[in-house]
Design a protein around this ligand. Structure first.
Ligand code: GLC
Ligand code: GLC
Length: 820
């Protein structure tokens, strides 16, 4: 059952009832200022770091789940009836409710008793504030006297401390109120140089800054006393819970509509100009005032909104496709790239499932995010690559995560996830193919951010590959270290202590556990490295990488094949993992995907056999499960994977991130039907009608869907921040539709289901616009054999690089039927 519908023309998802199975989120802002907003206006805002610079409070895991947000209250001053136009937190009956989640904005509103109130929330591009533009309309035949209350609850900056350290926090809260603007200044008097503000375009009739004064003792957000009585009390917070509330009175003629603007922003002052007058302890507001005045103007807000739309037009314009498949078009043209941008911005820090206090920017995660992001904004991709390289360790290994504010490696999580460094090679290769910017290879970056250790990115890549080669186990396969892509397969861990982190605990010494997954990943990375070396004229390295890749393939041939699929690993004791020899966990999805992607077994039938095994043993109507059978008991020698109940997360859930690898593998073996079939099983839009089962948003991918062994099979969790976004975009656009950037041109090599008759696409590549038409007579399954590029016939499927930037290039691609 759906809870709304797609509006493809406006690129919005329209939610038509507020009681969605879970809060359905959207993101406002970009790199610096980020806001999370649910369909009932829940969520919070932060500046750069979701833990250390949290502007507003949110209560995770509350009942109801979504509490804390950008709440407005409407009060009919004639009848004293009051309600929330975003439904939450009052949940009163509404005549009409709508939430339109769009690209970087959300419009949420409702009507009750003839008063309509809707608010557009967005962050102007480049600004460190969010705008709430509220429209109040009197649909009645008579005059209406309406009070509007706007509220936010401030967070005392460090979200973790804010939620735990009450003995201090109840005493440090401070605010200032000047010219109708509420400034949150907790800790500003001492070491902070930043503050938050909450402003309103109307002269307020009143305000509150102390939560208890606004809500009233023993009351919650669903029944604030100030709203009930129709007046704020002008409270000033001294400690306890600082908040911001404005009260605006409106007198509306029949049919009259009024527009109000609220701003929630983040400001900083130079250390030596914090106070005005100097030394006074009063916040210097001179620098921020003009900004506030500016955005309180309707024209400025309208212009910023136009900018926002234009920015998204440009980003999404990098690739637009037209097929006959609405779920593919909708995801590929709008929502999937949108999710890719959000995952690159937010990494895995802040969502409904990531509390913003835990995880920094993951090395492996961010490199994979880049695969789906690089064509959307190559300049930002470049910056991220160099940031990542700067956290690489001199050994070639990598910190598993880094902190967004400092861009330094996270010591608490450390390193030793042996797949991590190889992803830097894949991400760099994708960047080079997209941009041709070989200069990045000579760009220097330090190791572990240590000044004096700077070396060219090319050298960083070599160390990444070297890291694997220096860590080879008894079967000639890479040692797994703490874990590989599967964080929860902890083969050297042996944890018996309740609550201990599987990821950071001391591993048992002498571990020789090996990973077939890293072997496949290594083959991909070594071949990319060889190609990069060849282009640099470094023939010695090129030869070394080709040889290393071949040797790794030989090791997988000898020890990675189980008879009908690829094994997963060898454990601490040298016993196979992911084998018929095991009673549980016989087949894992990851090595089937990555080994076929690396070309292993493509020419001797093993790839096809592995894919048949996946189809038979792992594929479900809700996607491909990670492992089968799931582990029913805790396995000391396997670690966290077996800590999850069967069917959840890595223990046999449909871990969506891995599914596109199988789509790619199917496409590589020429099975367009298979690739598209897997694609649609987890495509959020295709699952929209299952919203009451799926639970998560129908417009973005979730990390996980409960697997067949779970009692809640089909139920999704961890939506938004997942590598699933990047990989699905790659699988759909580069392998199913086959539009794939290469060093020497744009490959047009689709692998389509038989019934497709072709499609069209527009792709911006190396500064040129490629207008692509694929002609495939329906019913045939052939690959593209020839192209017409601006009318010139070309044998094969590679459209050459543009002869000049700005060129418009017409590409027609024709498939050949292999049977004829
Ligand atoms: C999570 C992590 C990712 C990991 C995956 C599998 O999605 O963010 O790094 O690869 O889980 O464990
Ligand atoms: C947990 C999760 C896994 C995630 C990891 C990140 O182990 O199950 O999915 O990758 O945490 O640290």
């Amino acid at each position: 059952m759906p809870f709304g519908h797609f509006d493809d023309e406006h690129r919005e998802y329209v939610i038509t009832r507020p009681d969605t199975p879970l809060p359905w989120l959207n993101y406002l802002g970009a790199a610096d200022f980020v806001g999370l907003i649910s369909n009932t206006a829940g969520g919070y805002a932060y500046y750069r770091d979701a833990r250390l610079r949290r502007l507003t409070r949110y209560r995770y895991n509350n009942a109801p789940l979504d509490l804390g947000g950008r709440y407005l209250y409407v009060r009919d001053d004639d009848s004293a009836d009051y309600w929330s136009p975003s439904w939450q937190p009052m949940r009163s009956e509404l005549e009409e409710y709508r939430c339109r989640h769009g690209l970087g904005y959300s419009l949420i509103g409702a009507q009750r008793a003839g008063i309509r109130v809707e608010t557009l929330y967005f962050v102007p591009p480049g600004a460190t504030l969010e705008v709430w533009r509220t429209t109040v309309v009197n649909e009645r035949a008579s005059r209406a006297h309406v009070s509007l209350f706007s509220t936010v609850e401030f967070c005392l900056w460090d979200a973790q401390d804010d939620a735990t350290n009450f003995q201090r926090n109840y005493s440090v809260g401070e605010v200032e109120v000047a010219d109708g603007v509420i400034y949150h200044t907790s800790e500003y008097r001492e070491r902070r140089d930043h503050f938050a503000y909450f402003a309103c375009s109307e002269p307020p009739a009143g305000f509150d800054t102390q939560r208890d004064a606004f809500l009233g003792p023993y009351r919650g957000w669903d029944a604030p006393i100030a709203v009930e009585r129709g007046a704020c009390s002008g409270s000033i917070a001294h400690g306890w819970q600082p908040m911001g509330a404005h009260h605006v009175r409106l007198d509306l003629a029949p049919g009259e509509s009024r527009e109000l603007i609220f701003l929630l922003g983040y400001g900083e002052n130079p250390i030596d100009a914090k106070f005005d007058p100097p030394g006074s302890g009063t916040l210097a507001k001179r620098a921020v005032r003009p900004l506030i005045e500016g955005y309180l103007q309707r024209e400025a807000v309208a212009a910023a909104l136009d900018d926002l739309h234009a920015q998204w037009d440009e980003v999404l314009g990098k690739l637009q496709v037209r097929t006959d498949h609405e779920h593919l078009d909708r995801m590929v043209n709008t929502w999937n790239p949108y999710q890719c941008v959000v995952t690159l911005n937010v990494s895995r820090s802040a969502s409904l499932f990531e509390s913003g206090v835990g995880r920094g920017i993951g090395f492996r995660d961010s490199n994979q995010d880049l695969l789906g992001f690089v064509h959307l904004d190559p300049a930002r991709a470049r910056e991220r690559l160099l940031d990542l390289a700067a956290t690489q360790l001199p050994s070639g290994g990598a910190y598993h995560q880094y902190q967004p504010l400092t861009k330094r490696g996270n010591d608490a999580v450390g390193s030793g996830f042996n797949d991590d460094p190889l992803w830097l090679v894949l991400a760099t290769a994708a960047y080079l193919k997209e941009t041709g910017d070989a200069g990045i290879l000579d760009e220097v970056a330090p190791y572990d951010n240590a000044a004096g250790s700077e070396q060219a990115l090319y050298e960083h890549l070599q160390r990444a590959v070297g890291y694997t080669l220096e860590r080879i186990g008894p079967h000639g396969l890479p040692l797994i270290g703490r874990a590989d892509w599967n964080d929860c397969l902890n083969l050297n861990c042996f944890s018996e202590t309740p609550g201990e982190s599987f990821q950071t605990t001391e591993n048992r010494p002498g571990g020789v556990a090996e990973s077939v997954f890293i072997a496949g990943l290594f083959v991909l990375a070594a071949r990319e490295s060889a190609e990069i070396a060849q282009r640099r004229g470094d023939t010695a390295s090129e030869a070394r990488y080709r040889r290393a890749a071949d040797e790794m393939v030989a090791a997988v041939d000898a020890h990675g094949w189980d008879g009908a699929w690829f094994r997963r690993a060898y454990d601490y004791f040298g016993r196979p993992v992911g084998s018929v020899e095991n009673d549980e966990g016989q087949i894992f999805v990851e090595p089937q995907g990555i080994c076929v992607m690396a070309g292993i077994g493509l020419h001797d039938g093993r790839a096809q056999q592995a894919l048949a095994s996946v189809r038979e043993r792992l594929a479900t109507p809700h996607g491909i499960a990670l492992v089968q059978p799931a582990f029913s008991r805790y396995q000391l020698h396997l670690g966290e994977i077996s800590s999850y109940p069967p069917g959840y997360k890595e223990n046999g859930g449909v871990f969506c991130h891995t599914n596109p690898w199988l789509m790619i593998a199917e496409a590589m073996t020429g099975n367009g039907e298979g690739a598209m079939d897997y694609y649609l099983r987890i495509n959020p839009s295709a699952r929209e009608t299952l919203s009451d089962v799926h639970l998560c948003e129908p417009y973005v991918y979730a990390q996980m869907i409960a697997g067949p062994e779970a009692p809640t099979f089909g139920e999704a969790k961890n939506s938004w921040l997942t590598g699933t976004a990047a990989w699905n975009l790659v699988a759909a656009t580069q392998w199913i539709l086959g539009i794939r950037p290469e060093h020497d041109g744009l490959r047009i090599d689709p692998c389509l289901p038989a019934e497709w008759a072709g499609f069209t696409a527009t792709r911006i590549f190396r500064g040129a616009t490629y207008r692509i038409t694929v002609h495939k007579p329906g019913g045939v399954v052939g690959r593209v054999a020839r192209l017409n590029v601006d009318g010139v016939p070309i044998v094969g499927s590679l459209a050459p690089l543009p002869s000049r930037p700005g060129a418009e290039i017409e590409v027609e691609a024709f498939t050949a039927n292999p049977a004829t």
